[in-house]
Design a protein around this ligand. Structure first.
Ligand code: AMP
Ligand code: MG
Length: 501
């Protein structure tokens, strides 16, 4: 249909047992909190979907047009290592798809829109804090150039919800994603022994995300799908590590087939570097610590591969061999992204020496950990300080501590940059340019996010709006106040983030 606003690909492509039609539960006094005009422009959203009472009534779920049939998707998952045969959209509804300017469709979902058949004990709602956190952090991620779901709008519901720390104002997030297919979507059908459902889901994942694989022979196609998902996931985790991001809940139900970051719960960007840092209040064992993320990605991919076995070969042993043959390559696949990324963090181009260069960055990270150095600012400082000049070396010694290890590292780095170690060397302007585009200046620092959320709960949205402006300029200071680049004072430090479900 021409000029159609919403599409409904899930109804056509997904197994009928994998979704339920559900109407949103009305809210009492909806109001727009934040609206993402840039993103709306990507979809050529009509004016009355962007602002005004109609937009508020629609995005709150109170008055959806008849043509939209909201749908809750079923999924399962492994949560902190434990299988859960049924999860599903317990507080989210898929409205359908919008056509992006790039020609492809994107899912549009309301999160916090009321109970569904998958709500279990939950109230189907979301609080203003977690909704604004997801808005801020996902938009920061997009600006950083890292695959992610997006935030189109945040609305207050006018209702109060009960959470761990007492009553909280309710809110709804309008989320946009390439799709909401999760590793856990496959687990749902695998738990039910539904081979047909799995096949349709795999076909949907290929058609939606990797259409070039459609020309493959069907059996090869499924392994190729797994390979693509492995590559996307490896790349994504390496990108998170570039900017110091800790997802916090890398359960299989929060891992996408598209390779987009999904579900910003107790997530956080690191201030001071600690390889094993955990900030999520629910991750007591440190399963999803910063440096565990690649291992957990591989673990999750293995759960996905188990689901796909019946599609890989009729003979189980052959299917297992094929899946194992692929997944044992994960560490190499990850390194292919991670090593060049590490080298780029210290301004070095990807050369045949990339492994040694990555090791040089690893040594720097060790020094940073000992010194309690700020992850973001140390790399920016290194980008500004010529390693071969005394002034630059002084600035780094001030950050890393005046210790023999620091001096040794600085010497090795200077030799590498100058080409004194037999390597190609790197021009100072190239080094600086590469570091400036690899290392952000602005991340959504936890204490700033926290302060913005507290203000919003009290009715003041300004801090959230200001922070949004800042994180949308991740690689340049842009004349923005220095306060956005400073690590927290000891009393401002956030030691744990909460998911607020
Ligand atoms: P999450 O921790 O947000 O990834 O959610 C895990 C599961 O719990 C998903 O199936 C959610 O839909 C469900 N869930 C989380 N919060 C709520 C809530 N307030 N009401 C109903 N279901 C919820
Ligand atoms: Mg989730």
């Amino acid at each position: 249909m021409k000029n159609r606003l919403f599409y409904a690909r899930h109804l056509e492509d997904l197994p009928e047992t994998g979704w339920r039609r559900v109407a949103p539960e009305p809210v009492s006094a909806p109001a727009m909190l934040l609206f993402n005009r840039e993103l709306a422009a990507d979809f050529d959203l009509p004016r009355d979907w962007q602002s005004g009472p109609l937009a508020v009534d629609r995005w709150s779920g109170n008055a959806l047009p008849d043509t939209i049939e909201p749908t809750a998707l079923a999924y399962a998952g492994h949560q902190f290592g434990q299988p859960v045969p049924q999860l599903g959209d317990g507080r989210a509804l898929l409205l359908g798809q919008l056509r992006h300017r790039d020609g492809r469709l994107r899912d549009v979902q309301l999160k916090g829109s009321g109970r569904t058949p998958f709500s279990r004990m939950g109230d189907g709602r979301a609080g203003i804090g977690p909704v604004l956190r997801e808005f801020l952090v996902s938009e920061a991620m997009a600006a950083l150039g890292i695959p992610t779901t997006r935030a189109l709008a945040a609305l207050a519901t006018g209702d109060t919800i009960q959470r761990q720390f007492g009553p909280e104002p309710g809110a709804i997030l309008v989320r946009v994603a390439s799709s909401h297919l999760r590793f856990g979507s496959f687990e749902y059908f695998a738990h039910r022994g539904d081979r047909e459902g799995l096949q349709r889901l795999a076909d949907a994942a290929v058609a939606w995300h990797y259409p070039d694989l459609l020309s493959h022979d069907p059996r090869e196609r499924c392994l190729a799908l797994l390979e693509r998902v492995m590559e996307q996931t490896a790349s994504l985790v390496s990108e998170w590590m570039r900017v110091g991001f800790i997802h916090g809940v890398m359960n299989t139900d929060n891992m996408t087939l598209s390779g987009e970051t999904l579900d910003y719960g107790p997530c956080a960007f690191m201030d001071e570097f600690r390889a094993g840092q955990v900030l999520s209040s629910v991750d007591r064992g440190g399963r999803y610590a910063f440096d565990q993320q690649p291992y957990m990605a591989q673990w999750n991919l293995t759960r996905l591969a188990e689901c796909l076995l019946p599609l890989l070969d009729e003979d189980t042993d052959t299917a297992v061999d094929r899946a194992e043959g692929l997944l044992t390559r994960f560490p190499d696949c990850f390194r292919q992204f991670h090593h060049p990324m590490l080298a780029a963090k210290i301004g070095l181009p990807p050369t045949p020496r990339v492994e040694e260069d990555a090791a040089l960055t690893e040594r720097l990270l060790g020094l940073m950990e000992q010194a309690g150095a700020d992850f973001t600012n140390t790399f920016r400082e290194l980008g500004r300080a010529a390693p071969t000049e005394a002034a630059g070396q002084q600035r780094l010694v001030a950050i890393l501590g005046d210790r023999p290890d620091t001096r040794t590292w600085l010497k090795a780095y200077a030799r590498r940059c100058e080409g004194d170690d037999g390597g190609p060397g790197v021009a100072e302007s190239d080094r600086r340019a590469r570091m400036a585009e690899t290392n952000p200046v602005h991340i959504p620092r936890n204490h700033l996010v926290e302060a913005a959320l507290v203000a919003a709960e009290g009715g003041d949205l300004r801090p959230a709006e200001d922070l949004l402006k800042v994180v949308r300029s991740p690689y340049t200071a842009n004349g923005l106040p220095a306060i956005y680049r400073q690590p927290p004072e000891p009393e401002e430090r956030v030691h744990a983030t909460f998911c607020g479900t």
